[in-house]
Design a binder for this molecule. Structure first.
Ligand SMILES: [Zn+2]
Length: 729
């Protein structure tokens, strides 16, 4: 989805949506190639206007008209290209100011339009919008390559970069030049004309294949529905049965119950259904997506993608795709990413053996003569969980009220970031829906205005699923003019009847903290140039993952986790159970994740001529000693992170990389005298790990915070795995 990712060269900064792996990202389908019906209006287009009003100007969300979108996008892209042309054709010798800074200041109008585009795409989509989105997609890609392939512009950036190596600029300028230069170079700006033409051809072909790949997965999700009869519901929770009845009715199968071929339908079914044969069927449908040897099969498409990616990076002089992709990640090389994964893998496998033994014993005690199969894992794990931890998720929910958790977020921001959140007076800041609430964020001591926080908590038609954070304007300080942050958090809680509390699960509460972590990362920015706000794939989830840890601190528990009827804080025994259960089933979770992450890396470090997708996955897993009871979290033929686009290609390991940092940083707090509210550690956290964004090499920033590099010990402890360094003692 275009506006959810930063376009090349750090141009579009206002619409970066943090990718959190939750929720389905809508994929534009290109079949609609109908004639354009753009109104060439000369009237004032609201989407192009400067943001006016309080707080440094705010988006006119109350003036959004869909018919303005396409003309606004086209106008804004055209005028940005005009600005870029002025910069690249400048007869004056290239300098930081007339090239890098000028580029950073350009495209403001387009930034604004993209904010509205992002709202339509994520918060209030419609068939009409998706038509416009499909018409715009090729135009946006053309616009983007006109900049990334601008030879004169690249020569100027290169010249500024090379001069800076001889005569260093200030640190932030230096970093901005370096990132801009690398973005261009990585996208082939330095190639000769023939190679450049081939490069562009490959990209076009790849984008066609990515769309085919994701459309095939979508088709496979829609084409396999398992309909249950009344007597096949044993074990399923009432809420699941209700949703399944509705899903069946929606598909014209009134009176039956539909198990859809999606993760949110499959996962609970495999966890609760007592019907083993049906579990096998549902499991098989889900994990065969894209691998049914029919018109929707993705195996050949994957082979083509891998070959094209390999050819493209060869033009740039790299051995393989992973080497090219990881050069500006924190891991830097595929070898270092592999090293981390291989360090964790054996412990995960050993834990799987224990988990399977527990489940096998339980099945036997129930008189079932079975060997645990992949479609049994979730089912028996749940039984073991209930037996070992006696933890009822419904009991926990009674203490997790959405409004109290919102207060808990603001409390954490106050204690760690010294931020004060004040609701803005109703009607002073425009919103696109009445459910969206807005707070002003200020520094608690100085009262300095930092930004606005928009919260859009409830599910509704046209809103994408899952939870995410985005920003409408990022912090910058160009020409001494300071731009303040406009950030938002978005969730899909069910809106309650008036006066009723919204009770949510522990997982959802964790996600709520996670997304708020992204927002705090936006607010904390102290960078001068937009490009320094860009994310580093294996680093940018770390800050938000770390923030999750404050949910289970005593301060938050005692103040905000109170029973919705009695107001009593959550009992200590229940908290102890939650904490104890956190290492449960980590063998399964780590193994299914790592198998996908390892496969991602092996696919992109092996010569694609040697990859036959009929055998590669199986052979690779055999070599890894993959347990027979577990399947990859995302099997290759439907691994959308890696093959619906390039966002996570050779980047799936990034979740684990960020987890290592998270566990290690959390230990820094745990070891401190003030624990998670220790003033000194909190100050260091904000100063080194949040405020610099990408203005500093992440590895260096982490060393400044911790006094050393992160090690995997804390992660192993958090997952209940043996710690390698302790074993050697
Ligand atoms: Zn995230």
């Amino acid at each position: 989805m275009i506006p959810t990712k930063k376009l090349s060269i750090g141009l579009i900064t206002a619409t970066v949506i943090a990718a959190c792996g939750s929720g389905n990202s809508p994929v534009p389908t290109p079949q609609d190639q109908q004639a354009e019906t753009v109104q060439k209006s000369t009237m004032k287009n609201d989407l192009l206007q400067e943001w006016t009003g309080p707080y440094g100007g705010v988006p006119a969300f109350d003036e959004m008209k869909l018919e303005d979108l396409q003309p606004a996008m086209e106008t804004a892209m055209a005028s940005h290209l005009q600005e870029v042309l002025m910069i690249s054709a400048n007869p004056a010798p290239p300098t930081f100011e007339n090239t890098v800074l000028a580029m950073q200041k350009s495209g403001e109008e387009l930034d604004r339009v993209f904010t509205y585009y992002g709202i339509w795409s994520s918060n209030m989509s419609s068939p009409e919008f998706r038509e416009i989105q499909q018409r715009l997609a090729p135009k946006i890609s053309e616009y983007s390559s006109k900049i990334s392939q601008n030879k004169e512009l690249f020569e100027r950036v290169k010249s500024v970069y090379e001069n800076s190596l001889k005569n260093p600029l200030s640190p932030q300028k230096q970093r901005a030049v370096q990132l801009m230069y690398e973005d261009f170079a990585m996208e082939g700006a330095d190639l000769n004309e023939a190679d450049k033409a081939r490069y562009a051809e490959i990209n076009k072909e790849l984008s066609r294949l990515y769309t085919r790949f994701s459309n095939n997965v979508l088709a496979e999700e829609e084409n396999y529905v398992v309909y249950l009869e009344e007597d096949e519901l044993s074990g399923l929770p009432e809420s699941y049965v209700k949703a399944a009845a509705k899903a069946a009715a929606d598909r014209g199968e009134e009176g039956k119950y539909a198990v859809l071929n999606t993760r949110s339908s499959m996962d609970p079914f495999l966890t609760y259904s007592d019907e083993r044969e049906l579990r096998k069927q549902v499991w098989k449908n889900y994990y065969s997506r894209g691998d049914n040897d029919d018109e929707y099969d993705n195996k050949e498409i994957i082979e083509e993608i891998l070959k094209l990616r390999d050819e493209r990076v060869e033009l740039l002089g790299y051995d393989n795709y992973a080497q090219w992709r990881l050069q500006n990640r924190m891991a830097k090389t595929p070898e270092r990413a592999m090293e981390l994964m291989e360090a964790v893998w054996p412990a995960a496998l050993a834990r799987v053996e224990e988990e399977v033994a527990d489940m096998q014993a339980l099945a036997k005690a129930e008189g079932k003569d079975i060997v645990i199969a992949p479609w049994d894992y979730r089912y028996y794990a749940e039984k073991v969980r209930q037996q070992k931890y006696d933890l009822e998720s419904d009991e926990v929910k009674q203490y997790l009220q959405l409004n109290k958790l919102t207060e808990a977020l603001l409390y954490t921001a106050d204690r760690i970031f010294n931020y004060k959140f004040t609701p803005v007076p109703e009607g002073t800041v425009p919103v696109y829906h009445e459910d969206v609430k807005v707070w002003e964020v200020t520094d608690k001591d100085s009262g300095k205005h930092i930004g606005l926080w928009y919260l859009d908590p409830y599910a509704r038609k046209g809103k994408r699923s899952g939870a995410w954070a985005s920003q409408y304007r990022s912090h910058t300080e160009m020409d001494e003019k300071e731009e303040t942050v406009l950030a938002s958090n978005n969730s899909n809680f069910i809106k309650p009847a008036p006066g009723e509390p919204v009770l949510i699960s522990w997982d959802d509460a964790t996600t709520f903290f996670h997304e708020f972590g992204h927002a705090l990362h936006f607010f904390a920015s102290e960078v001068k140039y937009p490009i320094l706000n860009s994310g580093v794939r294996d680093y940018t989830e770390f800050q938000s993952q770390l923030l999750e840890r404050w949910l289970s601190t005593d301060e938050v528990i005692n103040r905000f986790l109170v029973h919705h009827e009695t107001g009593e804080p959550i009992p200590q025994e229940l908290v102890a159970k939650i904490k104890k259960a956190s290492t449960f089933n980590q063998g399964f979770a780590t193994t299914e994740f790592l198998a996908s992450a390892l496969m991602d890396m092996k696919l992109h470090t092996t010569d694609p001529e040697e990859i036959d997708m009929d055998t590669f996955e199986k052979e690779t897993l055999d070599e890894l000693n993959m347990p027979s009871q577990i399947v990859m979290r995302h099997r290759t033929p439907h691994f959308g992170h890696v093959f619906s686009g390039e966002g996570y290609a050779t980047g799936y390991y990034g979740y684990l990389w960020a987890d290592v940092l998270t566990s290690d940083a959390a230990e820094a707090f745990r070891e401190a005298p003030g624990g998670f509210y220790d003033k000194t550690v909190a100050e260091k956290l904000v100063k080194y790990l949040f405020a610099p964004r990408n203005a500093m090499d992440p590895a260096e920033a982490y060393r400044l915070f911790r006094g050393r590099d992160a090690t995997i010990d804390a992660l192993m402890r958090d997952r209940g795995f043996p710690v390698p360094s302790e074993n050697q003692q």
